[in-house]
Design a protein around this ligand. Structure first.
Ligand code: IPM
Ligand code: MN
Length: 356
């Protein structure tokens, strides 16, 4: 039986980093004797240019039929001023909603070899290893009514019980495989929706007595991530807060170009780098493919339950960085600058070296 992967390279550097992902999947499938079947579709600005919509029903259906979706990035200045439902971002939101990918997993792990290249102090960063569990199909991103007219703009922040319950369970379960600590991030001092969130999270916590739960306001959490990131194990939060906190986490690990993500639902899964489409370097073979390659590692773990393959990819990334190899975004004095393709090849070579 083959594993069906739907590739959605998207805009900007998306196609380059998705190419890197395919190289890594090919390498692993040879090593582990696995069969993959690939299909491709357009998403974002490129789909809009070709079909007049940022994602077609046909592409959406192919994603629904796939075992996993790998996405590069969407968006760019060319499409920024379009109305809401035509924007490239709308396609991503539609995809998440249609596939019911309610749990967005964004690990923030500091590679030892990169701790010195961050703008933050390396002793604050070293040893940081936490995961943001972001609710992805609800909250103010999707609440209605929404809109704006000449005098007013409005959105609705709303969570139903089942939405908070399932994401809370997901976070508690994940914490059981790690440090057994969950920090639930909200704004319960101001928002009713957050008060409700907090209440439900505590109800679900009763089923996980071995997990320590604490609550934190989002403004404080933003500060704490920068002040002392090592204190966190699992950060559980809503859609908007998770969006913001995961970018902050990005800088903790040195570069957004390092951060992978998995978006999981009951029946579907999507893997994508956290970074955007980086139109300024698109097509120049300069992008850092590591976030996408690390997203592939997450796919082997979460979707294929092949933890050996996942660990092998992660180790190969680690070895490549320890060897002093860098793309432009993480380059520093005394390291070796590689382009996208060279970095990918180096990681493939290290996969071979580690597994032989
Ligand atoms: C992300 C992005 C998206 C989001 C945009 C592109 C819709 O910023 O995945 O974090 O806000 O969720
Ligand atoms: Mn974001």
């Amino acid at each position: 039986m083959s594993f069906k992967v739907m590739l959605l390279p998207g805009d900007g550097i998306g196609p380059e980093v998705v190419d890197a992902a395919v190289c890594v999947i090919d390498k692993i499938s040879n090593k582990f004797n696995l069969k993959f079947e690939f299909d491709r579709g357009l998403i974002g600005g490129c789909s809009l240019d070709q079909f007049g919509v940022p994602i077609t029903d046909e592409t959406l259906n192919k994603c629904l039929m796939a075992d996993a979706v790998i996405l590069g990035a969407v968006g760019g200045p060319k499409w920024e001023s379009l109305q809401h439902n035509l924007k490239p971002e709308a396609a991503l939101l539609k995809l998440r909603k249609s596939l019911e990918l309610f749990a967005n997993i964004r690990p923030a792990k500091v590679y030892d070899s990169l701790a010195d290249s961050s703008t933050l102090k390396s002793d604050v960063l070293r040893g940081t290893d936490f995961v943001v569990v972001r609710e992805l199909t609800g909250g103010v991103y999707f609440g209605t009514p929404r809109g704006f007219d000449d005098n007013r703009g409005w959105n609705t922040m709303e969570y139903s019980r089942y939405e908070v319950e399932r994401i809370a369970r997901h976070a508690f379960e994940l914490s059981l495989t790690r440090g057994k600590r969950v920090t639930s991030v909200d704004k319960a001092n101001v928002l009713d929706c957050s008060q409700f969130w907090r209440k439900i999270v505590h109800e679900i916590h009763k089923d996980y007595p071995e997990v320590t739960l604490n609550d934190m306001y989002v403004d404080n959490a933003a500060m704490q991530i920068v002040r002392n990131p090592k204190q966190f194990d699992v950060l559980l939060t809503s859609n908007l807060f998770g969006d913001i906190l995961s970018d902050i986490s990005g800088i903790i690990t040195g570069s957004l170009g390092m951060l992978p993500s998995a978006s999981l639902g009951k029946d579907h899964a999507l893997y994508e780098p956290i970074h955007g489409s980086a139109p300024d370097i698109a097509g120049q073979n300069k992008a850092n493919p590591i976030a996408t390659i690390a997203s592939v590692a997450m796919m082997f773990g979460y979707s294929l339950k092949n933890y050996e393959a996942a660990a092998l990819i992660e180790k190969a990334i680690d070895k490549t960085l320890s060897g002093g190899y860098r793309t432009a975004d993480i380059f520093s004095q005394g390291t070796v600058l590689l382009n996208t393709k060279e970095m990918t090849q180096m990681i493939l070579k290290n996969i071979d070296e580690i597994s032989d």
